[in-house]
Design a protein around this ligand. Structure first.
Ligand SMILES: [Zn+2]
Ligand SMILES: [Zn+2]
Length: 180
């Protein structure tokens, strides 16, 4: 296990737990533990696939492909969680209709796996970025999630409230599928 990645994952969850939330601390702690374990398993699963040599142009190309894959898998797996069969695993996250940053980590095991572990580490597994690029991505993953649940991301706030639109990270798939 890469020590640096482990420290980043720890720092991410300390950061998340220090932020405001609509959920009580025991719920956040329980969810942080689930996210922490799944993140470490994700790091473990893809660390050996990371590139050790690269160049700037290659890394930019990989980053674009990484973000496209992440956004695509996140959009479709998130929509899957909104089907009647799986919504039970997503409703904890939707309990907050007007979200605060740390609400980002409050979710079930299945939701964290489907909309966190699979999109992020799956995209890393396929695109094989450089080790340093991977650590940067890991470092920005939690601030990105916290921002998405802050008052500054009106689109995700609308998703939490209406539950029928803005399923993606970007608006790309929402635009294509008419769920804006
Ligand atoms: Zn959310
Ligand atoms: Zn949702």
């Amino acid at each position: 296990m890469d020590k640096c990645s482990t420290v980043i994952v720890c720092a991410n969850y300390f950061l998340a737990l220090s932020q405001e939330s609509t959920h009580p601390l025991p719920t956040r702690l329980k969810c942080a533990l689930k996210g922490f374990v799944l993140s470490l398993l994700g790091v473990r699963a893809c660390f050996s696939r990371l590139a050790r040599t690269s160049n700037f142009k290659k890394e930019v190309q990989k980053l674009c492909f990484f973000y496209f894959l992440l956004d695509t898998t996140f959009y479709w797996l998130h929509r899957l969680l909104h089907t009647s069969h799986l919504y039970a695993f997503h409703k904890l996250h939707h309990r907050a209709t007007k979200t605060k940053p740390a609400d980002a980590i409050v979710a079930s095991w299945l939701e964290i796996f489907l909309t966190g572990t699979v999109p992020f580490f799956g995209a890393v597994w396929f695109t094989r970025p450089h080790v340093k690029t991977f650590r940067c991505l890991l470092l920005f993953a939690m601030p990105f999630l916290l921002f998405a649940h802050s008052q500054f991301d009106a689109a995700h706030q609308k998703h939490h409230f209406l539950k029928t639109c803005n399923f993606g990270n970007t608006r790309f798939w929402d635009f294509i599928c008419g769920t804006l």
